[in-house]
Design a protein. Structure first.
Length: 451
């Protein structure tokens, strides 16, 4: 695999030092590896690039298991591997859908790598839905988050059931004490790659908070009212079409804020743990493909989302902890991009004491544009893999039948029974009119906008 070409495809000019060091150790030694690096520093690629070099693509068996704390990270990590175009097959395994359906897909796809939540992974192993005999790599991503979610015993059970492991990789955004106990019990002569900058008594965690080496600028925004919705609306209007995440501390607040912004004319996605799985996936899909330029979320979106080009982080509610703040800010200024973070403060509120970076007052202009419409829209197409539909078929259908140019089409995701496609928003009505009654590969289907 030509690494440089794959990186260019992902929009990355060069690997970070941590990624280079991780690749060197994983490719040129046989040691287990512990990678400690802040959120947003690119830990996913740090293990994926050497992993694909180590997988035997000629064998139709699972050779690597990646444990993740939640379905969102499982899906996103699998998508990153697919975008590398290495030919290595992968699949995400997670709760909230029938294990039987995943088992059927496992038999059909025959993946080399699975990204799985601990409970679902143990369920598949219990039922012998795939063989563990060829699994040589075990990677635990966001180990600290897995511990927070109470997965220690389930992770330990997985390790004990993989008899032929030769490489173990553990990744964490914080240096929790449990890492040492885990390493002594389950890892052999591990190499530690530590890019968590040490803090002094005076500076709290200044080094970690400036994720991206100072590329994130900090601002305060004064809200004259305790209810900050009007101030939030003006702030977001000042951003234009930039991609932004608004963080709140409660699910009910997310719902209320999202409803308010929609009524104001903003294109938003709401995201929190109380939503059904498909609702969460739809929300992230619309935000990541540009159909919504504002994600209104609890801290559920502060970890594990590798969505590029997020320009602004807005703390509507102040972070509940220093660690929560670190992870929120880590959603912007990723790779070599620039980013901004905003604290909306009412009378009596102050920037938390652990934020040592200099904050500037952000004055919202008097003259503001109307809420910016996103450039893209998401359409639903009611046929998928089970109907022998591929991404190429969708592109052909939208161009030949819908009158689009290839430049009008963005991200396409083909699921078993349906597809999502991002298309230029101004051409949605044209597409719906032209494809009405038309067929995809000789089969009539439903095409509609995802609201």
């Amino acid at each position: 695999m030509d690494i440089r070409q794959k990186l260019i495809k992902l929009g990355i000019s060069e690997l970070a030092d941590m990624q280079k060091e991780a690749s060197d150790v994983l490719l040129n030694t046989k040691k287990d590896v512990i990678i400690l690096s802040p959120t947003g520093s690119g830990k996913t690629l740090a293990y994926l690039l050497p992993l694909v070099e180590s997988i035997d693509g000629t064998k139709d068996c699972i050779q690597a298991i990646v444990i993740v704390p939640g379905r969102e990270l499982a899906l996103q990590s699998a998508n990153v591997l697919k975008e590398l175009g290495s030919g290595i097959r992968c699949m995400a395994l997670y709760g909230g859908r029938p294990t039987m359906d995943e088992h059927r897909k496992l038999r059909e796809l025959r993946p080399h790598v699975v990204f799985a939540t601990p409970g679902r992974l143990n369920d598949h192993i219990d039922k012998q839905n795939f063989s563990v005999d060829d699994v040589r790599w075990l990677i635990i991503d966001e180990f600290d988050k897995c511990l927070e979610m109470g997965f220690r015993d389930e992770m330990q059970r997985v390790v004990e059931r993989l008899p032929r492991l030769s490489r173990r990789v553990l990744l964490s955004a914080t240096d929790v004490k449990e890492i040492d106990r885990w390493a002594s019990a389950f890892m052999s002569n591990a190499t530690v790659i530590n890019y968590l900058l040490q803090k002094s008594d005076d500076d709290s965690q200044e080094a970690q908070l400036m994720i991206g080496n100072g590329r994130c600028s900090m601002y305060t925004v004064d809200s004259p009212d305790k209810d900050k919705l009007e101030t939030l609306s003006k702030l977001l209007r000042s951003f234009g079409q930039q991609s932004s995440i608004v963080f709140l501390n409660y699910r009910e607040s997310v719902e209320r804020t999202d409803e308010y912004l929609r009524k104001q004319g903003f294109a938003t996605s709401a995201f929190h743990g109380g939503l059904e799985q498909k609702q969460r996936e739809d929300a992230l899909y619309k935000f990541s493909n540009g159909s919504a330029n504002i994600l209104v979320s609890t801290d559920l979106a502060s970890r594990g989302l590798d969505i590029p080009n997020i320009a602004n982080i807005v703390h509507y509610h102040l972070p509940e902890s220093e660690e929560g703040y670190i992870h929120r800010v880590g959603r912007t200024a990723r790779w070599d991009a620039q980013g901004r973070a905003f604290f909306i403060l009412h009378s009596g509120e102050e920037v938390p004491s652990y934020v040592n970076e200099t904050t500037e007052e952000y004055v919202i202009p008097d003259q503001l544009p109307w809420p910016a419409e996103p450039l893209m829209a998401t359409i639903y197409i009611g046929k998928g893999k089970k109907d022998k539909i591929s991404k190429g078929d969708i592109v052909g259908f939208l161009c030949k039948k819908g009158g689009l140019e290839s430049s009008d089409i963005g991200r396409i995701d083909v699921n078993d029974r349906y597809c999502y496609a991002a298309i230029t928003k101004k051409k949605v009505r044209q597409v719906l009119e032209k494809v009405k009654g038309e067929k995809v590969k000789g089969v009539k289907t439903i095409v509609e906008v995802v609201e």
